[in-house]
Design a binder for this molecule. Structure first.
Ligand code: F6P
Length: 332
Protein backbone atom coordinates (compact mmCIF):
# COMPACT_ATOMS: atom_id res chain seq x y z
CA UNK A 1 0.00 0.00 0.00
CA UNK A 2 0.80 3.67 0.00
CA UNK A 3 2.89 5.34 2.66
CA UNK A 4 1.62 8.59 4.14
CA UNK A 5 2.60 10.82 7.04
CA UNK A 6 0.72 12.95 9.54
CA UNK A 7 1.94 16.09 11.28
CA UNK A 8 0.67 18.89 13.52
CA UNK A 9 2.08 22.38 13.08
CA UNK A 10 1.82 25.92 14.47
CA UNK A 11 -0.16 26.75 17.60
CA UNK A 12 -1.69 23.58 19.05
CA UNK A 13 -5.44 23.21 19.31
CA UNK A 14 -7.73 20.80 21.18
CA UNK A 15 -8.91 18.31 18.57
CA UNK A 16 -5.49 17.68 17.06
CA UNK A 17 -5.14 14.40 18.94
CA UNK A 18 -8.47 12.94 17.80
CA UNK A 19 -7.52 14.04 14.25
CA UNK A 20 -4.18 12.20 14.44
CA UNK A 21 -6.00 9.13 15.76
CA UNK A 22 -8.47 9.23 12.90
CA UNK A 23 -5.74 9.67 10.25
CA UNK A 24 -3.67 6.78 11.64
CA UNK A 25 -6.55 4.36 12.02
CA UNK A 26 -8.16 5.20 8.68
CA UNK A 27 -4.82 4.79 6.89
CA UNK A 28 -4.26 1.40 8.49
CA UNK A 29 -7.82 0.36 7.60
CA UNK A 30 -7.05 1.14 3.94
CA UNK A 31 -3.77 -0.79 4.07
CA UNK A 32 -1.47 2.20 4.09
CA UNK A 33 1.65 2.67 6.17
CA UNK A 34 1.57 5.76 8.32
CA UNK A 35 4.43 7.79 9.76
CA UNK A 36 4.15 10.47 12.44
CA UNK A 37 6.32 13.55 11.93
CA UNK A 38 7.31 15.09 15.28
CA UNK A 39 7.50 18.85 16.05
CA UNK A 40 5.89 20.09 12.83
CA UNK A 41 8.06 21.34 9.99
CA UNK A 42 11.18 21.29 12.19
CA UNK A 43 10.78 17.53 12.47
CA UNK A 44 10.31 17.29 8.73
CA UNK A 45 13.61 19.10 8.23
CA UNK A 46 15.39 17.02 10.86
CA UNK A 47 13.86 13.72 9.74
CA UNK A 48 12.19 13.20 13.10
CA UNK A 49 9.84 10.43 11.95
CA UNK A 50 8.11 7.61 13.81
CA UNK A 51 6.05 4.70 12.51
CA UNK A 52 2.48 4.80 13.82
CA UNK A 53 0.22 1.85 14.63
CA UNK A 54 -3.35 1.52 15.90
CA UNK A 55 -1.96 1.38 19.42
CA UNK A 56 0.16 4.52 18.99
CA UNK A 57 -3.02 6.58 19.09
CA UNK A 58 -4.78 4.69 21.89
CA UNK A 59 -6.15 6.75 24.77
CA UNK A 60 -5.70 10.17 23.15
CA UNK A 61 -9.20 11.00 21.86
CA UNK A 62 -9.95 13.00 25.02
CA UNK A 63 -6.62 14.83 25.33
CA UNK A 64 -5.81 18.40 24.39
CA UNK A 65 -2.47 19.31 22.81
CA UNK A 66 -0.82 17.01 20.29
CA UNK A 67 1.12 13.80 20.92
CA UNK A 68 3.21 14.60 17.83
CA UNK A 69 4.18 17.97 19.35
CA UNK A 70 4.09 21.16 17.37
CA UNK A 71 6.35 24.06 16.46
CA UNK A 72 6.52 27.29 14.55
CA UNK A 73 9.36 26.84 12.06
CA UNK A 74 10.83 29.86 10.21
CA UNK A 75 13.39 27.56 8.54
CA UNK A 76 10.65 25.99 6.45
CA UNK A 77 10.00 29.41 4.91
CA UNK A 78 13.36 29.10 3.13
CA UNK A 79 13.90 27.09 -0.08
CA UNK A 80 16.86 25.27 1.51
CA UNK A 81 14.78 24.24 4.51
CA UNK A 82 12.07 22.84 2.28
CA UNK A 83 14.61 21.03 0.09
CA UNK A 84 15.96 19.22 3.11
CA UNK A 85 12.46 18.31 4.24
CA UNK A 86 11.53 16.96 0.79
CA UNK A 87 14.72 14.90 0.69
CA UNK A 88 13.86 13.31 4.03
CA UNK A 89 10.30 12.53 2.99
CA UNK A 90 11.47 10.97 -0.29
CA UNK A 91 14.11 8.86 1.45
CA UNK A 92 11.40 7.53 3.75
CA UNK A 93 9.16 6.74 0.73
CA UNK A 94 6.38 9.06 1.90
CA UNK A 95 3.93 9.83 -0.92
CA UNK A 96 1.46 12.06 0.89
CA UNK A 97 1.24 14.14 4.08
CA UNK A 98 -1.72 15.19 6.18
CA UNK A 99 -0.90 18.53 7.78
CA UNK A 100 -3.01 19.68 10.71
CA UNK A 101 -2.63 23.37 11.52
CA UNK A 102 -3.53 26.98 10.80
CA UNK A 103 -2.82 29.58 8.18
CA UNK A 104 1.01 29.50 8.24
CA UNK A 105 1.07 25.69 8.33
CA UNK A 106 -1.13 25.41 5.26
CA UNK A 107 0.92 27.99 3.38
CA UNK A 108 3.90 25.72 4.05
CA UNK A 109 1.85 22.73 2.87
CA UNK A 110 1.09 24.41 -0.44
CA UNK A 111 4.77 25.18 -1.04
CA UNK A 112 5.74 21.61 -0.19
CA UNK A 113 3.32 20.28 -2.81
CA UNK A 114 4.48 22.82 -5.40
CA UNK A 115 8.15 22.01 -4.96
CA UNK A 116 7.89 18.20 -4.96
CA UNK A 117 5.71 15.32 -6.11
CA UNK A 118 4.60 14.71 -2.54
CA UNK A 119 0.87 15.19 -2.11
CA UNK A 120 -0.58 17.21 0.74
CA UNK A 121 -3.98 17.49 2.34
CA UNK A 122 -4.62 19.96 5.15
CA UNK A 123 -6.89 19.77 8.18
CA UNK A 124 -7.82 23.14 9.74
CA UNK A 125 -6.66 23.26 13.35
CA UNK A 126 -6.56 26.61 15.13
CA UNK A 127 -8.52 28.16 17.96
CA UNK A 128 -8.47 31.42 15.96
CA UNK A 129 -10.95 29.89 13.47
CA UNK A 130 -9.55 32.14 10.76
CA UNK A 131 -9.21 29.78 7.79
CA UNK A 132 -11.28 29.88 4.62
CA UNK A 133 -12.96 26.75 3.26
CA UNK A 134 -14.55 25.75 6.57
CA UNK A 135 -17.06 27.03 9.09
CA UNK A 136 -15.10 25.54 11.97
CA UNK A 137 -11.44 24.83 12.62
CA UNK A 138 -10.47 22.17 15.17
CA UNK A 139 -10.08 23.67 18.63
CA UNK A 140 -12.45 26.57 18.17
CA UNK A 141 -15.41 24.97 19.89
CA UNK A 142 -13.32 23.84 22.85
CA UNK A 143 -11.66 27.25 23.17
CA UNK A 144 -15.06 28.97 23.03
CA UNK A 145 -16.29 26.81 25.88
CA UNK A 146 -13.13 27.52 27.88
CA UNK A 147 -13.62 31.27 27.43
CA UNK A 148 -17.29 31.05 28.43
CA UNK A 149 -16.36 29.08 31.52
CA UNK A 150 -13.89 31.81 32.45
CA UNK A 151 -16.38 34.61 31.86
CA UNK A 152 -18.96 32.85 34.06
CA UNK A 153 -16.49 32.90 36.92
CA UNK A 154 -15.51 36.51 36.30
CA UNK A 155 -19.20 37.48 36.31
CA UNK A 156 -19.56 36.24 39.91
CA UNK A 157 -16.81 38.44 41.25
CA UNK A 158 -17.65 41.32 38.89
CA UNK A 159 -21.19 41.47 40.30
CA UNK A 160 -20.05 41.26 43.92
CA UNK A 161 -17.76 44.24 43.48
CA UNK A 162 -19.75 46.11 40.83
CA UNK A 163 -16.73 46.27 38.59
CA UNK A 164 -16.06 46.52 34.89
CA UNK A 165 -13.98 43.62 33.60
CA UNK A 166 -11.96 43.65 30.44
CA UNK A 167 -11.31 40.12 29.25
CA UNK A 168 -8.63 39.63 26.62
CA UNK A 169 -9.22 36.69 24.32
CA UNK A 170 -6.72 35.10 21.88
CA UNK A 171 -6.84 35.65 18.12
CA UNK A 172 -3.78 37.17 16.55
CA UNK A 173 -5.49 38.58 13.49
CA UNK A 174 -8.99 37.36 14.05
CA UNK A 175 -11.85 38.33 16.36
CA UNK A 176 -13.99 35.24 15.83
CA UNK A 177 -13.19 33.65 19.20
CA UNK A 178 -13.88 36.93 21.02
CA UNK A 179 -17.06 37.53 19.02
CA UNK A 180 -18.66 34.11 19.37
CA UNK A 181 -17.72 33.59 23.00
CA UNK A 182 -18.74 37.21 23.69
CA UNK A 183 -22.18 36.51 22.24
CA UNK A 184 -22.46 33.29 24.24
CA UNK A 185 -21.42 34.91 27.50
CA UNK A 186 -23.51 38.06 27.19
CA UNK A 187 -20.68 40.57 27.06
CA UNK A 188 -21.62 44.26 27.06
CA UNK A 189 -19.03 45.09 24.46
CA UNK A 190 -16.92 43.03 22.03
CA UNK A 191 -13.88 44.62 20.45
CA UNK A 192 -12.38 42.82 17.46
CA UNK A 193 -9.84 43.80 14.80
CA UNK A 194 -12.37 43.40 11.97
CA UNK A 195 -14.66 46.15 13.29
CA UNK A 196 -13.65 49.76 13.93
CA UNK A 197 -14.57 51.09 17.35
CA UNK A 198 -13.93 54.16 19.48
CA UNK A 199 -13.02 53.82 23.12
CA UNK A 200 -15.24 56.83 23.85
CA UNK A 201 -18.29 54.86 22.64
CA UNK A 202 -17.24 51.96 24.85
CA UNK A 203 -17.02 54.28 27.87
CA UNK A 204 -20.38 55.92 27.11
CA UNK A 205 -22.14 52.58 26.86
CA UNK A 206 -20.60 51.26 30.07
CA UNK A 207 -21.54 54.45 31.91
CA UNK A 208 -25.12 54.33 30.65
CA UNK A 209 -25.37 50.73 31.77
CA UNK A 210 -24.37 51.63 35.32
CA UNK A 211 -26.79 54.57 35.35
CA UNK A 212 -29.58 52.13 34.45
CA UNK A 213 -28.59 49.99 37.43
CA UNK A 214 -26.32 47.37 35.90
CA UNK A 215 -24.11 45.77 38.55
CA UNK A 216 -21.17 44.94 36.34
CA UNK A 217 -19.90 45.12 32.78
CA UNK A 218 -17.96 42.61 30.72
CA UNK A 219 -15.90 43.82 27.79
CA UNK A 220 -14.31 41.24 25.52
CA UNK A 221 -11.22 42.33 23.64
CA UNK A 222 -9.53 40.24 20.95
CA UNK A 223 -5.77 40.43 21.37
CA UNK A 224 -5.63 41.30 17.66
CA UNK A 225 -7.06 44.80 18.20
CA UNK A 226 -3.53 45.50 19.29
CA UNK A 227 -2.46 46.43 15.85
CA UNK A 228 -5.27 48.96 15.46
CA UNK A 229 -4.79 50.68 18.78
CA UNK A 230 -1.03 50.72 18.87
CA UNK A 231 1.17 49.17 16.21
CA UNK A 232 4.40 47.45 17.32
CA UNK A 233 3.14 47.02 20.85
CA UNK A 234 5.53 45.10 23.08
CA UNK A 235 4.58 41.64 24.31
CA UNK A 236 4.25 42.92 27.87
CA UNK A 237 1.80 45.65 26.87
CA UNK A 238 -1.72 44.49 26.33
CA UNK A 239 -4.54 46.43 24.63
CA UNK A 240 -6.78 45.46 27.55
CA UNK A 241 -4.73 47.53 30.01
CA UNK A 242 -4.81 50.60 27.78
CA UNK A 243 -8.56 50.33 27.51
CA UNK A 244 -8.90 49.79 31.25
CA UNK A 245 -6.93 52.96 32.01
CA UNK A 246 -9.01 54.92 29.58
CA UNK A 247 -12.30 53.69 31.06
CA UNK A 248 -11.19 54.55 34.60
CA UNK A 249 -10.09 58.02 33.51
CA UNK A 250 -13.21 58.80 31.53
CA UNK A 251 -15.87 57.26 33.79
CA UNK A 252 -14.31 56.87 37.21
CA UNK A 253 -15.57 53.28 37.27
CA UNK A 254 -13.41 50.61 38.87
CA UNK A 255 -12.03 48.25 36.26
CA UNK A 256 -10.00 45.05 36.25
CA UNK A 257 -8.23 43.22 33.45
CA UNK A 258 -7.84 39.51 32.82
CA UNK A 259 -5.83 38.02 29.97
CA UNK A 260 -7.04 34.48 29.41
CA UNK A 261 -3.90 33.60 27.43
CA UNK A 262 -2.73 30.07 26.72
CA UNK A 263 -5.27 28.36 28.91
CA UNK A 264 -7.52 28.86 25.88
CA UNK A 265 -5.31 26.47 23.92
CA UNK A 266 -5.61 23.56 26.32
CA UNK A 267 -8.23 21.22 27.67
CA UNK A 268 -10.08 18.10 26.65
CA UNK A 269 -11.68 18.59 23.22
CA UNK A 270 -15.47 19.00 23.22
CA UNK A 271 -17.78 16.50 21.53
CA UNK A 272 -18.00 18.81 18.53
CA UNK A 273 -14.20 18.98 18.15
CA UNK A 274 -13.78 15.22 18.56
CA UNK A 275 -16.43 14.41 15.99
CA UNK A 276 -15.13 17.01 13.55
CA UNK A 277 -11.56 15.76 14.00
CA UNK A 278 -12.59 12.16 13.43
CA UNK A 279 -14.52 13.04 10.27
CA UNK A 280 -11.82 15.32 8.89
CA UNK A 281 -9.05 12.80 9.48
CA UNK A 282 -11.08 10.13 7.70
CA UNK A 283 -11.72 12.40 4.71
CA UNK A 284 -8.10 13.57 4.47
CA UNK A 285 -6.82 10.00 4.21
CA UNK A 286 -9.43 9.07 1.60
CA UNK A 287 -8.39 12.08 -0.50
CA UNK A 288 -4.73 10.96 -0.41
CA UNK A 289 -5.75 7.39 -1.19
CA UNK A 290 -7.56 8.70 -4.28
CA UNK A 291 -4.46 10.59 -5.41
CA UNK A 292 -5.85 14.06 -4.61
CA UNK A 293 -3.48 16.92 -3.82
CA UNK A 294 -3.29 20.53 -2.49
CA UNK A 295 -6.64 20.39 -0.72
CA UNK A 296 -7.92 21.26 2.73
CA UNK A 297 -10.72 19.33 4.32
CA UNK A 298 -13.48 21.55 5.72
CA UNK A 299 -16.91 21.57 7.32
CA UNK A 300 -19.63 23.64 5.66
CA UNK A 301 -23.38 23.51 6.30
CA UNK A 302 -23.02 20.25 8.24
CA UNK A 303 -21.08 18.51 5.50
CA UNK A 304 -17.45 17.49 5.10
CA UNK A 305 -16.06 19.14 2.01
CA UNK A 306 -12.65 19.89 0.50
CA UNK A 307 -11.32 23.08 -1.07
CA UNK A 308 -8.07 23.84 -2.89
CA UNK A 309 -5.39 25.23 -0.60
CA UNK A 310 -4.97 28.31 -2.78
CA UNK A 311 -8.65 29.18 -2.38
CA UNK A 312 -8.57 28.51 1.36
CA UNK A 313 -5.63 30.84 1.81
CA UNK A 314 -7.26 33.62 -0.21
CA UNK A 315 -10.44 33.84 1.89
CA UNK A 316 -10.23 36.69 4.40
CA UNK A 317 -12.51 38.25 7.06
CA UNK A 318 -14.50 35.30 8.28
CA UNK A 319 -16.54 37.37 10.70
CA UNK A 320 -20.28 36.86 10.47
CA UNK A 321 -21.62 40.41 10.48
CA UNK A 322 -25.11 39.28 11.44
CA UNK A 323 -23.61 37.96 14.67
CA UNK A 324 -21.88 41.29 15.25
CA UNK A 325 -25.24 43.03 14.96
CA UNK A 326 -26.98 40.45 17.12
CA UNK A 327 -24.40 40.74 19.91
CA UNK A 328 -24.88 44.51 19.79
CA UNK A 329 -28.69 44.35 19.94
CA UNK A 330 -28.76 41.85 22.79
CA UNK A 331 -26.37 43.91 24.89
CA UNK A 332 -28.24 47.22 24.62
O1 F6P B 1 -2.85 30.94 16.41
C1 F6P B 1 -3.20 30.55 17.69
C2 F6P B 1 -2.66 31.52 18.73
O2 F6P B 1 -3.05 31.04 19.99
C3 F6P B 1 -3.08 32.97 18.55
O3 F6P B 1 -4.39 33.21 19.01
C4 F6P B 1 -2.01 33.66 19.34
O4 F6P B 1 -1.83 34.99 18.92
C5 F6P B 1 -0.79 32.84 19.05
O5 F6P B 1 -1.25 31.55 18.71
C6 F6P B 1 0.19 32.73 20.19
O6 F6P B 1 1.29 32.05 19.73
P1 F6P B 1 2.38 31.35 20.68
O7 F6P B 1 1.71 30.19 21.36
O8 F6P B 1 3.45 30.93 19.73
O9 F6P B 1 2.80 32.39 21.67
Amino acid sequence: GKKIAVMTSGGDAPGMNPAIRSVVRTAIYYDMDVIGIKHGYSGMIEGNFEAMYRGSVADIIHRGGTILHSARCPEFETVEGRKQAIENLKREGIEGVVIIGGDGSLQGAEKLAEESDIRVVGIPGTIDNDLGGTDYCLGFDTAMNTVIDGVNKIRDTATSHERTFIIEVMGRHSGDLALMSGLASGAEYILIPEIKFSSKDVCDKIQQGYERGKLHSIIMVAEGVDEDLKPNRKKSESPAFDLSNEIEERTGLETRVIILGHLQRGGSPTAMDRILASRMGFEAVKLLRDGKNKLMVGYRNHEIISTSLSEVLKEKDKINHEIVELAHILSL
